[in-house]
Ligand binder design. Sequence first.
Ligand code: ASP
Length: 423
Amino acid sequence: MKLPLHWRMLIALVAAVVAGVLFGDSEAFLQACGMVGALFLNALKMLIVPLILAALMNGLIGGAEQGGLGKLGALTFGFYVGTGLLAILTGLAWANLLTPGIVNGLPAAPLLGLSGDANAIVAQVQEKGTQDLWDVILRLIPTNPIGAAATGDMLGLVTFGLLFGWALSQLPGNLRDTQAAFWKGVYEAMVRIAALVMRAAPIGVFAIVTGTVAKTGIAALQPLAVFMLAVVAGLLTHAFVILPLVLKLVARVPAYGLHRAMTPALLTAFSTSSSNATLPLTMDCIENKAKVPRRVSGFVLPIGANVNTDGSALYECVAAIFIAQAYGLHLSFGAQFTVVALALITAIGVAGIPSASLVAITVILSAIGLPLEGVGLILAVDRVLDMCRTALNVLGDASATVVVARLSGEDGVLDQPALKSTG
Ligand code: ASP
């Protein structure tokens, strides 16, 4: 009997931690892991652009055919903003409760000892693009959609995809039908390639995580333990209390049914730290296990993977408060409000790739007047937390899909009969 994929991945994960600790100093082993991990990631990334476009086209054309695009859109964005805000407030509560930046009543900055090295890394982060708010807005409309696809500018690509899909849905009969058939074909082909790639997932996960464990080490994580605890507590609260409540009360599905259905995708998100790279698997789980029809998933998921990032928004908030605390800054209510608002807006611009939140954090830090070198404090633990927040990002997207499907009257989602009144 063949072990289900998520078990094989979990075993790979545990084996990777052991191997990372045991063989972390073997140059040749790490190099081999690096190569295998990069191949796996490349294969996943290869699918992103065609998959996002094809899924959007399917979703938009299908949605328009059933006459529900306006409602679908309003529901989707309402859900994104609502749950994003809940996530950030959860993070804020945990950061104020655990005060990770204060040790024995004193700001922790000296304890955490920023070295010259940290400054160099911060410069790197800045160089990556200290995008301000205006930049995020500007990227919403790409000057060249092919360029956006080629450079991985997902925000721009999604805007173009939305416009293109909407325009297609407006075309007369056979013009629209040809396009609908074409994009359906592209989507089906990509799904088949994705299934092929996923067979290699346990090997990919093993290779990637081994490298991370070998690089970060375990002792290096200690000084930032409370910060990590605050982030993880926040993420867990959102994943296991708030989202289940929303699923139960709003969508009226079993509170944890979705968690079970999404396990392979969540583990992939956890190991790749990229919700974009996880998208093929997220789609597979949501369609085949959670039984959400493609009309909804094709619309909600590709947008969500780039726009709806509950985990990242929560992380940004905790990180900014932590750094403020570490520098001995007491944030007023107004300043905390600024952090919340900025986390909500910049999280939209956080790409579904590893470490993307670091850039957003620099935006928040400069907005509240903190030195950007504060980012150096959290770099050491960023990768591990990135794994956790990415899993929540994916769970948030999946929840959005289920809620929107249920509220638009779909039957059979998580094996539940359609809601009686759809309002
Ligand atoms: N790695 C996250 C994702 O892919 C983004 C981030 O918060 O850095 O969803």
